[in-house]
Write a protein that binds this ligand. Sequence first.
Ligand code: ARG
Length: 473
Amino acid sequence: MTTVNSEKLSSARFAEATDAFVEEFTASVNFDQRMAAQDIQGSIAHATMLKSIGILTATELDAIKGGLGQIAGEIARGEFVWSIKQEDVHMNIEARLTDLIGVAGKKLHTGRSRNDQVATDIRLYLRNEIKHIDVQLHRLQTAILDLAEQHFDTIMPGFTHLQVAQPITFGHHLMAWFEMLSRDYERLQDCLKRINVMPLGAAALAGTSYPIDRQLTSDLLGFSRPSANSLDSVSDRDFAIEFTATASLVMMHLSRFSEELILWASAQFDFIDMPDAFCTGSSIMPQKKNPDVPELVRGKSGRVTGHLIALLMLMKSQPLAYNKDNQEDKEPLFDTVDTLINCLRAYADMVPHIKAKKENMYLSAKRGFATATDLADYLVRKGLAFRDAHEIVGKAVRLGLDSQCDLADLPLLELQQLSPLITEDIYSILTLEGSVAARKHLGGTAPETVKNAIHTARVALNELGKISVNKGC
Ligand code: ARG
């Protein structure tokens, strides 16, 4: 076991030791140690820059790199002793470095503050996590496309107000989910642009009197540029809020998917069979197969939205520049990242195993007069004004309700009593197949259109996959 220097780094000014409870209360090491790799990465870049401007010698830089490398190993092996006395990840690592290499370790913090250091660490951390999120998002989108391809012509009822509205294809419904996730992906990439800016050099708040080369540090860390204002760099966490807002939207979408899967898996809908591996039984009711994964994901969406509100409230009353309040940004942020990755992963694993019960979907679409609009459109094509057609179809639905049959099963004579414009050809229009096939414009539910939409989406997704492979994701 290794030990760390137990002296407080900032203790010289103080006559009294920190109260033991306050020490624990103010420490963040129990959770911010998650950013240790980024802290080390940032320190190596900072030290390299310090050497380039002559503040560190080559020997000191080597010692710092060697020491930080050893610390990274200790952390990876679980041997590093984290100490509350050193408050946070930054001071723990620096103290250990000084234990290991002596005076060169004490020079690492030249021209830097924990304020720009922590802002840098969070940005590096988020940048990296977004790559993992992208991987799961991509897997889920691929799974949705595969399922949509199997069901490009599977007919189901489409709903508004959760009442049967018009027939649609299951492939089309799945592609709606795909679209939502595509926008989520774009939002993540857009937010990455503002995350990928480098705060180091802002120091505590006003910058530093050393002739630092911020462009070099930024290049070494792969940031797109150094930040433009030192006060802003150490204080704002809008990038973390933006990320959490994006995550909340993804979770809101996953929650809506969940809601539908839960409904569809019920005996009342019976549209899908959920894979056993993603469901659990009941401890008391032997017949139960509960859709636990979608239910949990739906529940967890509330937690991520809660984190978004927490971060907004955290930021809203802070005067410039850094305030200790900001230490509260990490737990909501880390939990957002974990929750999002886990939920996306669960969905990406589960979706390929969802089985659609085609006959049930079809039969359900036949109930509820889903082709009523098609009858109205037919009458309009024969010269009637839409409102008048609407009225006639309302009467036809009434007839169907009274005789408990679908529009397509009403005798021609009865339909003709409602409007002489109706002829034998109405029956091809009133079929579910006819109804979906007619909606063949861009964005419509016709099987051929859905097939094209899937193809276009797959090409675009593969392109994105290639881009992220090139970016080293
Ligand atoms: N642990 C602190 C945080 O998470 C690091 C910055 C502390 N800076 C300070 N001046 N106390 O924000």
